[in-house]
Ligand binder design. Structure first.
Ligand code: ACM
Length: 762
C-alpha cells in the first residue's frame, strides 16, 4: 500500500516537473508541488555577507520595474517573502543553487557570476512576460517550487559576430549581449577587421577608419552573380563606444573578444596604408567577398603598425584572449615578393607556411608580453603552432584535435555544426545565405570532445562557439534570424551535461520561442519544417515518410509540388506515401489551429527502368554518399534544396556501371549534375555512355562535351540524353570531373567536387 502511494507521488512529481522549461538545461531540477507568488511585500535582498551580489540583484529589480512599474530597492539580510541572493562558498565559480519555496526564493552562489546565472534561470521560471520591455498589466509573478543545482560544462561559451562584412550598430550588439547572457553564454567575439571594412577607431592610425571603414559598394545577391549595389557602406566603433560596450557586457559577465585579423583579410587596412602590402600599391577597400590575395607584408613597418594597433586594442578590451585571425591567407603575394623570399632565406623558413608561422610567432610574443594570450583560426597550425596560441577549430574538428594533442587550448567551432551563416531550411524559401544546410538539430548534435582525444588531452578543449559571418547578412533582424534558435543549441552544448536529447530540447525550445518573442528576437521557425525519409516497398517503389521535429501539429502535403494549405492531404505514419510515378511531394507543418509554421519542403521522385537497380562505381564517393548504398537509383532526385541525395566525388571522375539485371530495351538516359560555384561544386567537362551485355566489352553510344555551366550556383544540369533504341543489360556512364578549381575561384588550384544524382533509364 505504502509502495503504491510512493509510486503515485513520484509520477505526480514527474508530471509537475514538465512545467519547468529552462534553456540551457540545468544539471539538476527537483520540482515541488507548490508555488511562490510575488506580492506587494516581496523584497529583493542580498545576505549580509554578500553585498558584492547587489548589482546582480539590482538587475532583477530593474526587470521587475519594467514589467510592473514598481520600483524595488534591494535590501540586505535574510527573511521570508524575499528573493535572496546569498553566499555559499562551496559552489563552483559559475554555479548556483536556486531554491523556490512558497515562502521565498534563495539563490546561492560563491560569487556574483553564479548569482547572475541563477538569476537567468529564475527569469525563465516566471511567466514569459517578465522578459518584456514594456509594462504588463495582467502579469502575476509566480514561480514553481523547485530546487535547481547547476554549473556549466565548459568555461568558454561563445558567439562570433562578423561586423567587418557589414557594420552593425552598438544598439544591436548590446541586444545581442543581453540575449546571449540570458542563455549563459559568456563570450562575444567581434570580428572587427576585414577586407571589406575596418570597424574600430585606432587613434594612431586615423586613416583606418577614415578610409578603411568605407567601401564604395557591396555585392548584390550571391557572390556568383558578380553584381554590385553601387551604394557606399561604412561604419565603425569609436574607442568610447567600445569602452561603454565592454562595461555593459561585463555587467552581464560577457567578455568581448576582439579580433584583429592578420596576415590575410587585411585589404581595408592596406587600402588605408599601402606600405603594409607587399607592393606598396594603392588599393581600394574590398567590395568582393571571398579570399583576398592582397595581404599584409611581413615587413618591419607592418609589425610596428600591428603592435601599435594591438596596444590600443589591449588598452580598451580587458579580454584575456586577443584574436589575431590567421585564416585564409593566400601565399601568392609572398611568393611574388623579393622581400619575403629574402626574409625566408634569412630566417631559415622553408616555405610560405613557415613565414606565416613566423608572422604569428612575432605577434604572439608581443601579445604575451602584454599579459594577454593570442587565439587564432586553425590555419595557425600550418608551419608550426606558436607557443602560447589557443586554436579555434573551424575547418571541422581536426585542427582542434591536433592542437589539443600538442597541449594547446582549443575552442571548437567547426563549420559542419557551428556556422550559423548556413541555411536552416529550403533555400527556395529562406533568405539568401552563403550555402550549406545546418538545421538546429545539426548544431545541437555537436559534441566538443572527440573520441580521438584521451581524457588528459580533452582538458584542452575549453569550449564552443557559434560563428555568424555576414557576407549575406546586412541587417540586425536577419542576423537574429540566423542566430536563433541555433544559438540556444550552442548555449546548451556549452553549458549542459554531455547527455542530450534533441526532442527534449525541442519541447523546451518551442516554449522558449515565447520568451524570444518577449525579448523581440526575430528567430527562425525552420525547426518545424517537414523532413523526408524514403524506404522501399515490396514493389521496390519509394515509400515516403514525413516528419516534423514537433509531433504536436499536423503535416499536410501535395503530390504536384504546389504549396500545401489547410485543405491538403494529411500525412500519418500509418499512411506512408508510395511513389508510383514521377512526382514532387511538397509538405508543411500546421498547428492544430491551422497555422502553417516553418516553410514548405519538397522532394522530387522519378520512377524508371533503373529505379532500385544495383550498380558499381570505379571510384567511391567522398563524404557525400547520397545517404544509402544505391543512392543513384533510389528514385529520389537531387535538387538544389539539399545536398543529401547527391553523390559527391572530390577531384575524381564519375565512373558508373548499372546492372539492369537482364537485357532491357531503352532509348533515354537521364542524369543530373549540380553546379554550385561558391561551394566548389562544378558540372563535369564531358560525359560518355557505353553499353554492354557481358560487362566486359563495352560499346560507346554517346559522347558529349559539357562544361558551359561552370559559374552557376544552386543549379541542376539535368541531362535527358536520347540514345536511340538499345537493348542491353549494362550501362556505363563516365563523367569527367572539372579538375582543379580555376584562377579567380576562392579555392583556386584545389580539386572541384562533382555532384551527381539520380540516373533514370527509359
Ligand atoms: C573562417 O571561416 N575563415 C574562419
Amino acid at each position: 500500500m505504502k509502495k503504491i502511494f510512493l509510486a503515485f507521488l513520484i509520477s505526480f512529481g514527474a508530471f509537475a516537473q514538465s512545467t519547468i522549461s529552462v534553456i540551457p538545461k540545468p544539471q539538476s531540477i527537483v520540482q515541488g508541488k507548490g508555488k511562490f507568488v510575488w506580492n506587494e511585500n516581496t523584497q529583493i535582498a542580498v545576505s549580509d555577507d554578500n553585498l558584492e551580489a547587489k548589482e546582480v540583484a539590482e538587475q532583477l529589480a530593474l526587470r521587475i520595474k519594467i514589467v510592473t512599474n514598481k520600483q524595488q530597492n534591494v535590501v540586505t539580510g535574510k527573511g521570508s517573502n524575499r528573493i535572496l541572493f546569498s553566499k555559499n562558498n562551496q559552489i563552483e565559480k559559475e554555479g548556483y543553487v536556486l531554491k523556490v519555496t512558497s515562502s521565498g526564493v534563495n539563490i546561492e552562489a560563491s560569487n556574483p557570476i553564479g548569482h547572475f546565472y541563477g538569476l537567468q534561470t529564475l527569469l525563465q521560471l516566471f511567466p514569459t512576460e517578465v522578459l518584456s520591455s514594456s509594462y504588463q498589466s495582467k502579469l502575476i509573478l509566480s514561480l514553481p517550487e523547485c530546487t535547481i543545482k547547476d554549473q556549466p560544462r565548459f568555461e568558454y561559451r561563445g558567439v562570433m559576430m562578423d561586423v567587418g562584412r557589414y557594420f552593425f550598430p552598438v544598439s544591436f550588439i548590446k541586444k545581442l549581449v543581453d540575449v546571449i547572457a540570458a542563455h549563459k553564454l559568456n563570450v562575444l567575439h567581434l570580428h572587427l577587421t576585414e577586407d571589406q571594412g575596418w570597424r574600430i577607431e585606432i587613434k594612431k592610425y586615423p586613416r583606418l577608419t577614415e578610409v578603411g571603414s568605407i567601401r564604395k559598394e557591396s555585392m548584390l545577391g550571391h557572390y556568383r552573380d558578380q553584381k554590385y549595389d553601387g551604394k557606399p557602406h561604412g561604419g565603425f566603433y569609436t574607442q568610447d563606444e567600445i569602452r561603454d560596450l565592454v562595461a555593459y557586457a561585463q555587467r552581464k559577465f560577457v567578455t568581448i573578444v576582439p579580433e584583429i585579423e592578420m596576415p590575410g583579410h587585411a585589404l581595408a587596412a592596406i587600402a588605408a596604408y599601402p606600405e603594409l602590402g607587399c607592393t606598396g600599391e594603392q588599393y581600394e577597400v574590398g567590395t568582393k567577398w571571398g579570399v583576398e590575395e592582397r595581404v599584409y607584408c611581413p615587413n618591419e613597418k607592418t609589425f610596428e603598425f600591428l603592435e601599435n594597433v594591438l596596444t590600443e586594442v589591449i588598452d580598451i578590451f580587458p579580454s584575456q584572449y586577443i584574436h589575431i585571425g590567421g585564416d585564409e591567407c593566400p601565399k601568392t603575394a609572398w611568393k611574388n615578393s623579393k622581400f619575403c623570399q629574402d626574409l625566408m632565406r634569412k630566417e631559415g623558413l622553408k616555405d610560405e607556411h613557415e613565414l606565416q608561422s613566423y608572422f604569428i610567432r612575432r605577434i604572439d610574443k608581443f601579445v604575451t608580453s602584454k599579459g594577454r594570450k593570442i587565439i587564432g583560426w586553425d590555419e595557425i597550425l600550418e608551419g608550426g603552432l606558436s607557443p602560447n596560441a589557443t586554436v579555434m577549430s573551424w575547418r571541422g574538428v581536426e585542427g582542434g584535435i591536433t592542437a589539443a594533442k600538442q597541449k594547446h587550448d582549443v575552442i571548437m567551432t567547426p563549420n559542419s555544426h557551428m556556422y550559423l551563416d548556413y541555411y536552416q531550411g529550403n533555400p527556395a524559401t529562406e533568405p539568401l545565405a552563403i550555402g550549406g544546410f545546418l538545421p538546429v538539430e545539426k548544431t545541437y548534435s555537436f559534441e566538443p570532445f572527440s573520441p580521438e582525444l584521451t581524457e588528459e588531452e580533452s582538458k584542452y578543449i575549453k569550449g564552443v562557439q557559434a560563428n555568424l559571418w555576414t557576407e549575406y547578412i546586412s541587417k540586425p533582424e536577419l542576423a537574429e534570424y540566423m542566430l536563433f534558435p541555433r544559438t540556444l543549441a550552442t548555449a546548451e552544448i556549452g553549458w549542459s551535461s554531455k547527455e542530450k536529447d534533441f526532442s527534449d530540447f525541442g519541447t523546451r525550445m518551442t516554449k522558449h520561442f515565447e520568451r524570444l518573442n518577449q525579448m523581440a528576437v526575430n528567430y527562425s521557425t525552420a525547426y518545424y519544417n517537414v523532413s523526408f525519409a524514403t524506404e522501399k516497398n515490396k514493389l521496390n517503389q519509394p515509400l515516403v515518410s514525413l516528419k516534423s521535429n514537433d509531433p504536436s501539429g499536423i503535416i499536410r502535403y501535395t503530390l504536384d509540388g504546389t504549396k500545401p494549405n489547410t485543405k491538403s492531404l494529411v500525412y500519418t505514419d500509418s499512411k506512408k506515401i508510395a511513389v508510383t510515378g514521377d512526382r514532387t511531394i511538397a509538405a508543411a507543418y500546421f498547428t492544430k489551429a491551422g497555422k502553417m509554421l516553418g516553410s514548405v519542403t519538397s522532394k522530387s521522385y522519378v520512377i524508371s527502368k533503373s529505379t532500385g537497380k544495383s550498380y558499381s562505381l570505379a571510384t567511391e564517393p567522398r563524404r557525400y554518399t547520397g545517404g544509402e548504398k544505391y543512392a543513384l537509383t533510389n528514385g529520389i532526385r537531387g535538387d538544389i534544396n539539399s545536398n543529401e541525395p547527391w553523390v559527391g566525388f572530390s577531384g575524381t571522375n564519375f565512373d558508373f556501371t548499372l546492372d539492369l539485371g537482364q537485357k532491357t530495351f531503352f532509348s533515354n538516359v537521364s542524369v543530373g549534375f549540380q553546379g554550385a560555384y561558391s561551394s566548389w561544386i562544378m558540372p563535369p567537362k564531358n560525359i560518355e555512355i557505353l553499353i554492354s551485355n557481358d560487362n566486359i566489352s563495352y560499346k560507346s553510344i554517346k559522347k558529349m562535351e559539357l562544361g558551359n555551366a561552370v559559374k552557376t550556383e544552386n543549379f541542376v544540369q539535368q541531362l535527358n540524353i536520347s540514345i536511340g533504341n538499345n537493348n542491353a543489360r549494362y550501362i556505363k556512364i563516365i563523367a569527367e570531373n572539372y579538375g582543379k578549381l580555376p584562377a579567380g575561384h576562392p579555392g583556386q588550384g584545389t580539386p572541384a567536387w562533382l555532384f551527381v544524382d539520380e540516373i533514370s533509364v527509359r
